[in-house]
Design a protein around this ligand. Structure first.
Ligand code: GTP
Ligand code: MG
Length: 322
């Protein structure tokens, strides 16, 4: 036995120099308008929670990889922020992130919410997908089938969405239960080109552990607070220390845009912050596999969403290889 679990995992999958003939790999851009279930679907296909999820639109802000490795294939999902008409520098950044992922993709996964009527945003995204299709195969995933209603509406909805990208293969899913996720994975692998394993077999994401921790804290803010506040919230982990094998000390800051929002996040006698902290700590503990001592601070950073310098300071940067 070794204390490094990665070694055990690697034992099950052959090393890169012994990949079977015909090994497939590539990048899958997961795109769609906000709140359709892109991150939930990616987590379902990976069988692990890599990306945070919430009922509020514009939950995902950063491009985030979810890496799935099996013996004969490696699928690298690129979860992206929902494509929408941006009103702030943050929104503009998020849409750029999504469009960049589309350019580099080997397969496009266009996710739509089958329970809602087709929106202008769905049409805009469909235009992009159709343009890309001459070079990149696309799959249309019709999610939230459980919320559609009777068979007549189901058929009408499927037809309306299929008409957006008539040449794309389509599938239906319930991302929250994982129904249909395996079929989507199989359809993706069938479309991937042959290629090497780009990432080690035990790597599930490209985002640093402390950034995942910051995202978990932001998820709890999103889940507990009403519409206006969470969209102006950014979270940063300031300190992350293993105090012992079994205890991790984490200090993090929740940035808000206004003084009044600070009071809301803290709540009466600190109650709201306590709830956020408890829920975050539980998730971080199961993610890290250690006990966690979590210290949270709330600070005001006026109008950070409109300020490009502050955006960069908070980690919202476009990464370009060239
Ligand atoms: N009933 C139902 N709810 C779903 C399904 N898939 C996702 N949801 C819910 O829809 C909400 C949005 O899910 P997300 O995965 O955060 O959506 P997203 O497309 O990543 O959203 P952004 O990151 O904001 O672009 C969450 O509350 C999910 O639990 C589904 O198949 N059925
Ligand atoms: Mg998301």
């Amino acid at each position: 036995m070794t204390d490094e679990p990665s070694d055990e995992l690697l034992d099950e999958i052959p090393p890169p120099d012994e990949l079977p003939a015909g090994h497939k790999s590539g990048f899958v851009a997961v795109i769609g308008r906000p709140n359709v279930g892109k991150s939930t679907l990616m987590n379902a296909m990976l069988g692990q929670k890599v990306a945070i999820v919430s009922p509020k639109p514009q939950t995902t802000r950063l491009r985030q990889l979810g890496i799935y490795t099996r013996e004969d294939a490696q699928v690298i999902f690129v979860d992206t922020p929902g494509i929408h008409n941006p009103r702030t520098a943050l929104g503009q950044f998020m849409v750029t992130v999504a469009l960049d992922a589309l350019k580099d993709a080997d397969v496009i996964l266009f996710v739509a919410d089958l329970s809602e009527p087709v929106t202008p945003e769905d049409r805009q995204i469909a235009d992009l997908v159709r343009q890309a299709q001459s070079q990149t195969p696309a799959l249309l995933v019709l999610n939230k089938v459980d919320l559609v209603g009777g068979p007549d509406r189901l058929q009408r909805q499927v037809e309306a969405f299929r008409a957006l990208v008539p040449d794309a293969e389509w599938l239906t899913t319930i991302a929250t239960t994982g129904e249909g996720a395996q079929a989507v994975m199989d359809a993706i692998i069938a479309k991937l080109p042959e290629g090497p394993r780009y990432y080690p077999a035990d790597q599930i994401s490209d985002i640093a552990v402390r950034d995942i921790v910051a995202e978990i804290i932001r998820e709890k803010v999103l889940l507990n607070l009403e519409q206006e506040v969470p969209h102006g919230v950014a979270t940063v982990v300031d300190e992350f220390k293993a105090r012992s094998e079994n205890l991790t000390y984490i200090s993090a800051t929740i940035y808000v845009e206004r003084e009044s929002h600070k009071g809301i996040v803290i709540g009466k006698q600190g109650k709201m912050l306590k709830t956020i902290s408890q829920q975050a700590r539980e998730d971080i503990e199961s993610f890290l596999g250690t006990r966690v001592y979590l210290e949270l601070w709330v600070k005001v950073l006026k109008n950070w969403r409109k300020d490009e310098n502050l955006l960069r300071r908070l980690g919202y940067r476009i990464h370009r290889d060239v």
